[in-house]
Ligand binder design. Structure first.
Ligand code: PHE
Length: 342
């Protein structure tokens, strides 16, 4: 038995362990319950006492050697970050790490904010859950205005008499700005808004807006038009035609809606512009004096203009997307098309 143990010491010393599989094989062979060492210890029990003394010491040394070997091997495998090096072909190209892309709505929001910050507009943000006053009251909506109706607005249960709601437009942010700052005020407010609408290719219960506001002494409708001409030409190109149509909003007087010549057909008529040659892109007007007064601004001294547009609509025109629902479905086949636009 003595010589057998000596042979085994040499054998264990010569084993090389390079990966987790080999470490496990080593453990099974020498150190497991049915391994060689367990067998030897059984045999050891049958020896006469004089032999036991000598062989016992050798056996223990063999066991320690095997354990040390196994532990060292495990450590070095872990440290070197075992990667099955025998199977690696270092000449192969590296595995490609998938890069994400920005959402088309984010891309267009960034273009819009860039265009306006270039001419001195600041960016303002506000809460998506608003009280009735910031969303409607301050903006000159009469108490019985249909837009306050349950059909358009998502109300939030507040547990008291105060009416809370999901903002239906980011004009609420402009109310906050006018209350907290003194003119001149020149700001845009991008953000998500909510309306209780049936979801279809052209409408959704949540969407995004950018609204703009300029309040100062002597601000006129001509200033508003000039700013919007600049915006459209930066956004869609110099060839785009623009027209204003009279409209109504409780918070602006006079009010208008702005159309641009259809960027798909160039004004000849197509399904996107419903054969009219024009597409509506925003609402605008001169801030109603009541709104200025509600926010603590002297309407005799100051005038202002405001405008608001839906980012989804601008994005659909810019990338010729026909169904608004695509923006919220997060389908990779759709989103990955915007990779190159980064
Ligand atoms: N707040 C309006 C909307 O949500 C847009 C708008 C803003 C119109 C400013 C006129 C002036 O539709």
């Amino acid at each position: 038995m003595e010589s057998k143990v000596k042979e085994l010491v040499a054998e264990v010393e010569s084993v090389s362990i390079a990966n987790p599989d080999q470490a496990e094989q080593f453990r099974l062979k020498y150190l497991s319950k049915k391994g060689i060492l367990a067998e030897l210890f059984e045999e050891f029990k049958t020896l006469v006492p004089e032999q036991r003394k000598l062989v016992g010491k050798q056996l223990n040394e063999l066991k320690q050697l095997a354990e040390k070997k196994l532990n060292e091997a495990k450590e070095s495998v872990a440290q070197n970050g075992y990667s099955g090096e025998k199977n690696i072909d270092l000449s192969l190209p590296a595995e490609h790490a998938e890069l994400g892309s920005r959402h088309p709505i984010s891309l267009v929001r960034a273009s819009i904010t860039d265009i306006f910050t270039k001419i001195g507009f600041t960016i303002s943000e506000g809460p998506e859950i608003e009280d009735d006053w910031h969303n409607f009251g301050a903006l000159n909506f009469p108490e019985d205005h249909p837009a306050r109706d349950m059909q358009d607005t998502f109300f939030v249960e507040s547990g008291n008499d105060e009416k809370w709601l999901l903002r239906t437009h980011t004009s609420s942010v402009q109310v906050r700005v006018m209350k907290n700052q003194k003119p001149p005020i020149r700001t845009i407010s991008p953000g998500r808004v909510y309306r209780n609408e049936t979801i279809s290719a052209r409408a959704h219960c949540q969407f995004h807006q950018v609204e703009g506001l300029y309040v100062d002494e002597g601000v006129s409708f001509a200033n508003l038009k000039q700013t919007l001409y600049y915006f459209v030409h930066e956004m869609f190109g110099e060839d785009i035609q623009i027209r204003f149509r009279p409209s109504f909003f409780p918070f602006t007087e006079p009010s208008a809606e702005m159309d641009i010549s259809c960027i798909i057909c160039g004004g000849k008529g197509c399904p996107v512009c419903k054969q009219s040659g024009w597409v509506e892109i925003l609402g605008c007007g001169m801030v109603h004096p009541n709104v200025l007064e509600n926010c603590g601004i002297d309407s005799k001294k100051y005038t202002g203009y405001a405008f608001g547009m839906g980012i989804e609509r601008i994005t659909m025109l810019r990338y010729q997307i026909k169904d608004l629902r695509m923006f919220f479905e997060n389908d990779m086949r759709f989103l990955s098309q915007f990779k190159s636009v980064l």
